[in-house]
Design a protein around this ligand. Structure first.
Ligand code: SDX
Length: 430
């Protein structure tokens, strides 16, 4: 028995458990023997109090509003690194040196093209297809071109799969957008950096190359970094869950995209804009009436972009994005009435007992849509941008899960409250 133990008193017995020690943060009561030894299970909907694994990728101190990627503070990383540098950090646990970064960037850059047969894949979608549906489907689809990645056994194949997904995701995203506006697909130009290439494929046309604004490149690098990982969030837990059945990296990531799309998760960045636009367009809507709706238990309306399972303080990403949004708009000598409404909502909520008592603060999605709009992206692309950012985090967790000796196929238990065994009643007797 380790020197850290806990004893759980049950009705007729007690259960002695090891207490697992963290580098920092919550200790963990190891309940792996609870059911075999006592017949009891624990009940924890949403796994709000349950650790699904030991991980060394990202640490969040929800009370302090701190976020660390492999131990580095998010604000320092966002200020000093490129998105590909952060992707390398999350995947391999260390900041790359000059040679490693140059090799990584060149490797990614030389795999940005899609197999030409994928064109017909995009053509098969209706123009109105939501780009998240296209992104997840295309992520499954590109695995069909690489049998080796479907059943990776050697580390080289796993690294190649990670590089392939990271390299091709902006191309898939841009082609989904071009399809939705009826414009020709733009091929990647590997003279550009990763983010420049994405902007090129999104906003250039065969007839005219849209100049790449370095300020927008910098802003998008930071935004992708801020979205790159967030420990065991819903979509990452989904990637780990699907991967625990030995499903391949592509299938596991595509499943994570489905989870991220939900409006309570990454889909919130779109839902925030819809909420702000509705307030803007409704002459009868006020900040006060909006907050009242959010507090009304009979109204399923929530203040989108507010609240978080882990943060009981300001989400550091929301703080960074809020500042960025203002700087970008000031630089463009532009204003956005939705930003003004967002700021009024934030100020009012942070003084309202309901939000204060529940420690509800703006999260990463509250301001991200406003800056995505300012950078020229349409609302339907916001969760796609979140996916491009979160991709290295998903892959890092998939890799860690596959290396972890504790990993078992995800198969939770239940507390059954249905009918006990009863005799079948033939149709004529019912
Ligand atoms: C992301 O997990 C991650 O790390 C996610 C993420 C990442 O990087 O991967 O950070 C990205 O998904 C951010 C969250 C984006 N979603 C939203 O902005 C949607 C609005 N937020 C809520 O739906 C909610 O706050 C969640 C989903 C974010 C968190 O839900 P929880 O942890 O299950 O909390 P809860 O719903 O149990 O809320 C606790 C109380 C409840 O009131 P009471 O029952 O105590 O009276 O707070 C209330 C809730 O009704 N509440 C809200 C609210 N959020 C919580 N009330 C009004 N508006 C809200 N937004």
């Amino acid at each position: 028995m380790s020197e850290h133990t806990a004893s759980i008193g049950l009705e007729t017995k007690s259960f002695d458990a090891d207490v697992l020690q963290p580098s920092v943060g919550n200790q963990g009561v190891d309940i792996r023997k609870l059911r075999p030894e006592t017949g009891y299970v624990t009940f924890d909907p949403g796994f709000a109090n349950t650790a699904m694994a030991r991980s060394s990728i990202t640490y969040i101190d929800g009370a302090a509003g701190q976020l660390l990627y492999r131990g580095y503070d998010i604000e320092a990383v966002a200020a000093g690194a490129s998105f590909l540098e952060v992707a390398y950090l999350l995947l391999y646990g260390k900041l790359p040196n000059i040679t490693e970064l140059a090799s990584w960037e060149a490797d990614v850059s030389s795999h940005t093209m899609l197999n030409e047969e994928m064109r017909s894949f995009f053509d098969a979608f209706p123009r109105r297809a939501h780009p998240m549906a296209v992104l997840a489907s295309a992520t499954y689809a590109i695995s069909t071109f690489y049998d080796v990645y479907r059943r990776p056994t050697r580390i080289q194949e796993i690294d190649a799969g990670a590089r392939t997904l990271i390299a091709k995701m902006p191309t898939i995203a841009a082609w989904a957008y071009k399809k939705s506006i009826g414009e020709p697909y733009m091929y990647p130009n590997n003279e550009y950096s990763y983010v420049e290439n994405f902007l090129h494929m999104m906003f250039s046309r065969p007839t005219e190359i849209t100049p790449i604004d370095p300020a927008i490149v910098k802003a998008l690098n930071v935004l992708l970094i801020l979205h790159a990982d967030h420990e065991m969030n819903c979509s990452t837990a989904t990637v780990r869950s699907v991967g625990s059945s030995r499903a391949n990296m592509f299938a596991s990531v595509a499943a994570g995209m489905g989870a991220l799309w939900g409006p309570l998760h990454g889909g919130a960045n779109s839902a925030v804009i819809e909420m702000l636009q509705a307030i803007h367009d409704d002459p009868d809507a006020t900040i006060e009436s909006t907050l009242e709706r959010a507090k009304d238990k009979d109204d399923d309306f929530k203040l989108m972009g507010f609240g978080h399972r882990v943060y009981t303080n300001y989400d550091p990403r929301a703080k960074a994005i809020s500042t960025f949004a203002q700087e970008m708009l000031d630089r463009m000598d532009a204003s956005d009435p939705l930003l003004d409404i967002a700021r009024e909502l934030e100020a009012a909520a942070l003084e309202d007992d309901y939000f204060v008592e529940r420690k509800l603060f703006p999260n990463v999605d509250f301001y991200s849509g406003i800056i995505f709009r300012a950078l020229g992206f349409p609302e339907r692309m916001f969760t796609v941008l979140f996916s491009i950012g979160r991709l290295p985090g998903w892959i890092a967790h998939w890799m860690e899960m596959n290396r972890d000796p504790d990993t078992r196929i995800m198969r939770p238990r239940q507390i059954y409250v249905g009918e006990c065994a009863r005799p079948y009643v033939p149709l004529e007797d019912r």
